[in-house]
Unconditional design. Structure first.
Length: 330
């Protein structure tokens, strides 16, 4: 794409790294090449456009997902190390950007504690204090009082805009995972996610402002089917990898894994994937999972310990799923 900038009287060329085969690159040399999301691009792909410029700037975050390399052998040989990560060894050429404009202060505090060593800060007081907009929340709460008892106080805590971070512990529900030829899934968590999504929409949140993340495609399929059966549309349901570079006002994360045999899988072992999931939310971050099972993952254990200290973990009572049908009638 060719953009003509009247402000600087210059032409700007925008393309992907793979777009350098276009004839325009054989006839021109550029003063600068700026590569965005450079931490996700493999070195051979990233190097291509740099040969057409006198200077280059790589923008990215190696604390998030690295280049996707399917071959285990290639990964072991370093193929998943980006040029961005490799050049970071030259400290004089690195500038740390610590001001962020996406997350409110509570959500930022989580990733600050786990990943960024307290270096992140909100770009303004408005960003830090921002909350999810739920114009119908008061009416919804009044209606819910007619259908729920005192044991369902977790529902009010989840909906409260000032509670920007919540972890729902499904240990007592219970919510066991299942594995079949389609993959790993957790139907109980999927039902909870669908129910919470419907509640936020009833409270006035736009469906396009809600995002749902799960590590397994089978879980995404079940959640999508449940939303469709409830006539809920425009809610983006995707994997962590697909959400890189995206954000939503409300993010609901289903961790899925809940077993007693110690089978962990690989997807939840990568702390960078966890970091991406956490940092997609602007105003509300809701996570669901079985605390004892997830604590077997080192990165998730650190997350759960921090949330426990901050009193952000809500224990769902036994029989929660049975009560959902009644509350869904609100």
């Amino acid at each position: 794409l060719l953009y003509s900038s009247s402000r600087w009287n210059k032409d700007l060329i925008a393309t992907t790294c793979m777009g350098i085969n276009h004839p325009i690159f054989t006839r021109r040399r550029f003063d600068f090449c700026i590569v965005d999301e450079a931490s996700q691009i493999s070195q051979p792909v990233c190097l291509g456009p740099l040969f057409y410029a006198s200077r280059f700037v790589l923008v990215g975050d190696h604390q998030q997902l690295p280049p996707l390399v399917q071959s285990a052998e290639a990964r072991d040989l370093g193929m998943n190390e980006s040029l961005f990560k490799r050049l970071e060894q030259n400290k004089e050429a690195v500038v740390q950007l610590t001001v962020q404009y996406r997350m409110n202060s509570q959500i930022m505090a989580v990733t600050n504690k786990l990943v960024y060593e307290g270096k992140l800060e909100c770009g303004s007081e408005r960003v830090g204090a921002a909350t999810v907009h739920l114009p119908n929340l008061k009416d919804l709460k009044l209606e819910m009082e007619l259908f729920t008892d005192c044991s369902e106080t977790w529902l009010k805590d989840i909906l409260e805009p000032s509670n920007a971070v919540c972890f729902l512990n499904t240990e007592k529900v219970p919510a066991p995972e299942t594995a079949d030829k389609g993959g790993v899934s957790n139907v109980t968590e999927a039902k909870l996610v669908s129910f919470l999504t419907s509640l936020f929409i009833k409270a006035g949140c736009k469906s396009c402002d809600i995002g749902i993340i799960a590590p397994y495609r089978q879980q995404l399929k079940i959640i999508s089917d449940l939303l469709a059966s409830s006539s809920i549309s425009n809610v983006e349901v995707n994997t962590v990898d697909k959400y890189q570079g995206r954000d939503k006002s409300v993010i609901i994360v289903s961790f899925v894994r809940s077993n007693t045999d110690g089978n962990l899988g690989d997807l939840l072992k990568d702390w960078r994937r966890l970091n991406v999931a956490i940092t997609r939310a602007k105003h509300k971050l809701i996570m669901l999972g079985c605390v004892p099972a997830l604590c077997r993952y080192l990165c998730l254990e650190s997350l759960i310990c921090y949330l426990s200290t901050e009193k952000k973990i809500l224990a769902l009572p036994t029989g929660t799923i049975e009560h959902l049908a009644l509350a869904a009638c609100v």
